[in-house]
Design a protein around this ligand. Structure first.
Ligand code: NAD
Ligand code: TYD
Length: 352
C-alpha cells in the first residue's frame, strides 16, 4: 500500500491518525478529505500541515466525483474512513444529517473505490472506523462486546453507524472488495470537540460553568486513549485480515460520575483551586433519551492476532489530557464558536 486517503482527518481521532501516519510514512502521500463541519478544525493539524507528504482537501465524502478524482489523482490504494457525524445528542435532535454522512457518505466512498479500483484489489484496502455503540447496551453486572455480538443500536447515531458497517461488509461479500472494520470504545485525549463528556467537563470547570451529568451519572463507558487507538488503526490497516472486524477497547470501565470527579480532582489541582472546589458545579440533569447503560469491549482478538495492547494507563492518560486542555485554552476558545454556543444553549438551556 502506498498512498492513503484519510477521511475526517480534521476531527478528533482523524487528526491523531493523520499525525501518526504523516510522521511514520514520509515516503507515502497522506491525503485528508474533510468537510470541516463544526467538529473539523484545521488547527488540530497545524504541526503537520506543511509536511511534504501531506495534502488537505476540503470536501464532502458524499461527493462521488470528488472522491473519484482524489483516488485517481493521488493513486490512493488505502482508505481509512473516519468522517462522520459523531455526537449522540445531536443525532437525537437532527437524525437526517447522520443518515446522510454516515450512511450515504460511506456508501459513496465504497462505490467510488469500487469504480476506481475496478476489481484490481491487490494492495488495496477500505478500512471503516466504527463504534462499540452498534452493539447496544450491556447490563451493569458483566459481559463485554466481542466481534460476534449481535448488532442492537439504540440511537440515531449508532443506527447510522450500524448501517454503514453493513454496507462495508456487503461490498466485501458481494464484490470481493478488501475491507476492514474496527469497533472501538469511547476515545479520550487532546483535540476532542468540547461537546463530548471529558473536554466539556474540563472546559466548564475552567469557566466555572455547571457540569451537566445525565441521569444519576451511573452509566459506564470503557475509555481508550486516542493515541493507543491511532496505533491500533495503523496496525489493523497494514496487518488486519481482509473481511475481518476487530474490536478495540481500553479496559478502563468507569462510571460517568466517577470520571467527572477524577477530572475535577486533576483540574482543581492544576488550576491551584482548593481540593474539590469544583464539585459544586456537578448538576444532575434529565437523562439522555435511549441512554445506553454500559459499554465494555473485549479486544482479545486484536491482542491475539495482531499483538496490540493499550500502552497508556487511564490515570496517566487522564492526567495528560487535563493538562493538555488547560495548557491549550486558546484551542478551546477557537472551537467554541458562536454557532457551538447556540447549540449548547439549546441543549442545556443557557445553564452556563
Ligand atoms: P469528530 O466528530 O471529532 O470528527 C469528525 C470529522 O468528520 C470532522 O473533522 C468533520 O468535519 C468530518 N466530517 C463530517 N461530515 C463529513 C462529510 N460529510 N464529509 C467529510 N468530512 C466530514 O469525530 P471523532 O470522534 O474523531 O470520530 C471519528 C470516527 O470514529 C467516527 O466515524 C466515529 O463514529 C468513530 N468513533 C469515535 C469514537 C469517539 O469516542 N470519539 C468512538 C467510537 C467510534
Ligand atoms: P459522550 O461523550 O457524548 O459519548 P457517548 O455518548 O458516545 O458515549 O458521553 C459519554 C457519557 O457521558 C454518556 O454516558 C453520556 C454522558 N454525558 C453526560 O453525563 N453529560 C454530558 O454533558 C455529556 C456530553 C455526556
Amino acid at each position: 500500500m502506498r498512498n492513503i486517503l484519510i477521511t475526517g482527518g480534521a476531527g478528533f481521532i482523524g487528526s491523531h491518525v493523520v499525525r501518526f501516519m504523516v510522521g511514520k510514512y514520509p515516503d507515502r502521500r497522506i491525503v485528508n478529505l474533510d468537510k470541516l463541519t463544526y467538529a473539523g478544525n484545521p488547527a488540530n493539524l497545524r504541526d503537520v500541515e506543511n509536511s511534504p507528504n501531506y495534502t488537505f482537501i476540503k470536501g464532502d465524502i458524499c461527493d462521488y466525483e470528488l472522491v473519484c478524482r482524489i483516488i485517481r489523482d493521488h493513486g490512493i490504494d488505502g482508505i481509512v474512513n473516519l468522517a462522520a457525524e459523531t455526537h449522540v445528542d445531536r443525532s437525537i435532535l437532527d437524525p437526517l444529517v447522520f443518515a446522510r454522512t454516515n450512511v450515504m457518505g460511506t456508501l459513496t466512498l465504497l462505490q467510488a473505490a469500487r469504480d476506481c479500483w475496478n476489481g484490481e484489489w491487490s494492495g488495496k484496502m477500505f478500512y471503516h472506523i466504527s463504534t462499540d455503540e452498534v452493539y447496544g447496551a450491556l447490563p451493569l453486572d458483566g459481559g463485554a462486546f466481542d466481534e460476534t455480538t449481535r448488532y442492537d443500536p439504540h440511537s440515531p447515531y449508532s443506527a447510522s453507524k450500524a448501517s454503514s458497517d453493513h454496507f462495508v461488509r456487503a461490498y466485501h461479500d458481494t464484490y470481493g472488495m478488501p475491507t476492514l472494520i474496527s469497533n472501538c470504545s469511547n476515545n479520550y485525549g487532546a483535540y476532542q470537540f468540547p461537546e463530548k463528556l471529558i473536554p466539556l467537563t474540563i472546559n466548564n470547570i475552567r469557566h466555572r460553568r455547571v457540569i451537566p451529568v445525565y441521569g444519576r451519572g451511573e452509566n459506564i463507558r470503557d475509555w481508550l486513549h486516542v493515541e493507543d487507538h491511532a496505533r491500533a488503526i495503523d496496525l489493523i490497516l497494514h496487518s488486519g485480515r481482509a473481511g475481518e472486524t476487530y474490536n478495540i477497547g481500553g479496559n478502563n470501565e468507569c462510571r460517568n460520575i466517577d470520571l467527572v470527579r477524577m477530572l475535577i480532582g486533576a483540574a482543581d489541582r492544576m488550576l491551584g483551586r482548593s481540593e474539590g472546589e469544583s464539585l459544586s458545579l456537578i448538576t444532575f440533569v434529565e437523562d439522555r433519551a435511549g441512554h445506553d447503560l454500559r459499554y465494555a469491549i473485549d479486544s482479545s482478538k486484536l491482542q491475539r492476532e495482531l499483538g496490540w495492547q493499550p500502552a497508556i494507563t487511564f490515570e496517566d492518560g487522564i492526567e495528560r489530557t487535563v493538562r493538555w486542555y488547560l495548557d491549550n485554552e486558546e484551542w478551546f476558545d477557537s472551537v467554541t464558536s458562536g454557532e457551538y454556543m447556540l447549540y449548547y444553549d439549546k441543549v442545556y438551556g443557557n445553564r452556563r
